[in-house]
Design a protein around this ligand. Structure first.
Ligand code: IVH
Length: 679
């Protein structure tokens, strides 16, 4: 008994810790499967204090009795957000990973409902961040997170820009008050784009799109949230007034579609559990074609009346269950652990694996995150390890197969000095990564030059990883400025270089001198300063020289630039080497200030928000965005009340219709050019 109680306490502590990591910090410490196993064990030990208190007698705005506030799911609420009590609580779902359990779920329900067979719907389980949308008289008045299931954070400002999210529904038969439940998610391309920007900025990477989505909906700066493309899909019904609106889940799904809400594309209605089982298999085959990540199927009783009879337990409805698909895992040999040194000196351990086929690709490298992770998992070179793609993309070492460990293997000793330059590594308080302190470490130099030349920065063609590596190893390039002093003779010494390739590289280096000021600022690699901050800095300070003189308050006066970034900018420009570099760039003819023409144009579009729709014939979308931003305007992906102009290449489409409805000025392509050329 005592042992059980001890285990219960231990599990409670672990679950609390993992909940905190997952919900509040958006950084999971264990896989979903590991978490579910612990949760199941905890539940089976008969927890004492995780029950939802029953109704306390009060009524909510729909006249339902209110529940007492005893949370049963994790808690994502943050102090900085205003919170809102859900009219109908946002419960969790019971999970199963096996067929037998699924049929037991059906048996239980058949018994409760005294039926032989039951009608179900099978839907994808979307691996995103749960959201509740409250519409009053057809207007989206609030979007909230799940919070603790009872009360969530209001995140309307961070998701209102989502392109396919209707903010007003005019359909005559729309209920006067409805809570619609769904999931916010991010497409893989967008996830990769943001993570590579963060990598460039020397920031921690997000483990998977779900965590990045969770982080984005909780940003304190809605402007930053708007820069990240979130998407939404809805599937569930919370409170609804008048009640009795829908008789089945399939009918509700159909209404969502008619009202123009983005719903799941797979909803299969079946008349029995075996029909549902077949649909689950079918869904597993289809799910990779969907735009959202799915980690399972949700099987729900189709009849809402039956749902009400079945009722809910403390934490989940009895009328639904999630069948989780196992994420693919493979076992392979850990051949080596190598240590990578990043641009800002961050040390990252990487697992070199015996190549193995995993979820559609051949994997030979996997992340080991940091020293703490290696010792926590006790990963040793020569171990058999289990690898999994986190969020189905980045391969990770999940665990070691201890039963197959050979006696001779020794614990991995994390280096105390940089493997490249042998400087002693250091760790800043609060950070998990070790760093190499030597800014002249060859690996750091290579990473800095790679970043400078990368597509998002100076975009120097033909200056890739292997060329840079040779240039640094031969001491032909140490400082960024050295790139502009390279001679043809020097290039001809490099492996694989001949007349033509040397000329091509010199030409792209020369061409890079024309790159815009914001690109130059970005390519300097100032910690925390990425593309969007660089654009803001270029627009406000207009030259590297003025930026170098900026004070902390000048910098923090810019929306989106906080104290940490401001300090980083100041300390970067205080360095004498930076001053030399700016002078050098100026002498070489790089764009260290905005051209005079731009000064005259000035910010004629200051504060204006543009939405672009349809193709433009003279500019690419990126060029149009660049022009608008250079003149102080901003481009948004969706039309709202705040939109100043819709630039429309055609007179149809949802953006066009919405702009018309909201009386937003719609301008043609040529009117747009007139507008931007006036400056
Ligand atoms: S229905 C009363 N349907 O998964 C709870 N949930 O792990 C009904 N989820 O809390 C939820 N896809 O946030 C439902 N098709 C789907 C879903 C889904 C994802 C989320 C939801 C839920 C969580 C449980």
């Amino acid at each position: 008994m005592k042992d059980l109680e001890r285990r219960r306490k231990e599990l409670e502590g672990l679950l609390k810790k993992y909940d905190e990591a997952y919900y509040r910090n958006a950084k999971p410490e264990v896989s979903d499967q590991q978490y579910d196993r612990l949760r199941q064990e905890f539940d089976s030990l008969g927890s004492q204090d995780d029950m939802l208190g029953l109704f306390a007698g009060e009524e909510d705005q729909l006249g339902n009795e209110k529940r007492e506030l005893v949370p049963v799911v994790g808690d994502d609420r943050l102090e900085e957000f205003e919170s809102h009590i859900h009219i109908s609580p946002m419960l969790s779902l019971d999970n199963t990973y096996d067929e037998e359990e699924f049929f037991e779920f059906n048996k239980r329900l058949c018994k409760i409902l005294e039926k032989e067979e039951l009608p179900y719907v099978v839907e994808p389980k979307i691996d995103g961040v749960a959201v509740s949308l409250t519409y009053e008289q057809g207007v989206l008045v609030k979007a909230t997170t799940r919070g603790n299931g009872i009360e969530g954070d209001i995140i309307t400002q961070n998701i209102i820009h989502i392109q396919n999210l209707p903010t007003k529904i005019t359909s005559a038969n729309f209920p006067s008050l409805i809570e619609i439940r769904g999931e916010i998610f991010m497409a893989h391309d967008e996830f990769n784009r943001i993570n590579s920007e963060r990598e460039n900025e020397g920031l921690d990477l997000y483990a998977n799109p779900r965590n990045l989505t969770a982080g984005t909906v909780k940003l304190l700066d809605p402007k930053e949230a708007r820069r990240r493309k979130l998407e939404i899909v809805v599937y569930g019904l919370g409170a609804c007034h008048p009640s009795g609106y829908f008789s089945t889940q399939s009918q509700f799904h159909h209404s969502l579609k008619v009202w123009g809400l983005p719903t799941v594309e797979f909803l299969q209605a079946v008349s029995s559990a075996s029909g549902a089982w077949a649909a689950i298999g079918h869904l597993d085959e289809q799910r990779n074609n969907y735009s959202y990540p799915t980690d399972g199927a949700v099987i729900k009783l189709d009849s809402i009346e039956m749902q009400q009879v079945a009722g809910t337990t403390a934490k989940a409805p009895r009328w639904a269950i999630a069948y989780k698909f196992e994420s693919e895992r493979q076992q392979t040999l850990l051949e080596n652990i190598i240590i990578q040194v990043g641009r800002t000196g961050t040390i990252t351990p990487v697992a070199c694996l015996k190549p193995v086929q995993l979820a559609g690709s051949l994997v030979s490298r996997a992340s080991l995150h940091n020293a703490d992770e290696i010792s926590r998992k006790d990963v040793r070179i020569g171990d058999q390890v289990i690898v999994e793609k986190a969020g189905e993309i980045i391969p990770q070492v999940v665990e070691v197969v201890l039963s197959e460990r050979e006696h001779s293997l020794v614990p991995f000793s994390f280096p105390s000095v940089c493997p490249e330059c042998e400087s002693e590594l250091f760790k800043t308080e609060g950070e998990t990564a070790w760093r190499c302190p030597n800014s002249l470490c060859p690996d750091q130099i290579k990473a800095r030059i790679e970043y400078f030349a990368s597509r998002g920065c100076m975009n120097i063609d033909h200056l890739g990883e292997s060329v840079i590596s040779q240039l640094v190893d031969r001491s032909l390039a140490i400082k960024l400025s050295d790139i502009y002093n390279l001679s043809k003779d020097q290039l001809l010494q490099l492996d694989g270089f001949a007349e033509k390739s040397a000329d091509n590289l010199l030409l792209s280096i020369e061409k890079s001198k024309e790159q815009d000021l914001w690109r130059l600022i970005c390519s300097l690699g100032i910690k925390h300063v990425g593309v969007s901050a660089s654009k803001d800095l270029a627009r406000v300070f207009r030259s590297l020289h003025t930026l170098a003189q900026a004070t902390e308050s000048d910098l923090t006066a810019i929306e989106g630039i906080g104290g940490i970034m401001a300090k980083s900018v100041i300390s970067f420009f205080e360095d004498n080497a930076t001053q030399d570099l700016i002078r050098f760039f100026k002498d070489q003819g790089l764009q260290v200030e905005l051209p005079i023409a731009d000064l005259e144009l000035d910010l004629i579009l200051d504060g204006k928000i543009f939405v672009l729709t349809g193709a433009l014939s003279e500019l690419t979308r990126d060029q149009a965005v660049e022009k608008i931003e250079a003149l102080g305007g901003r481009v948004s992906s969706s039309v709202s009340k705040k939109t100043s102009f819709l630039v429309s290449g055609s007179s149809t489409g949802s953006k066009f219709n919405k702009a018309e409805k909201l009386n937003i000025p719609i301008i043609s392509e040529s009117e747009f050019y007139d507008m931007i050329q006036k400056g």
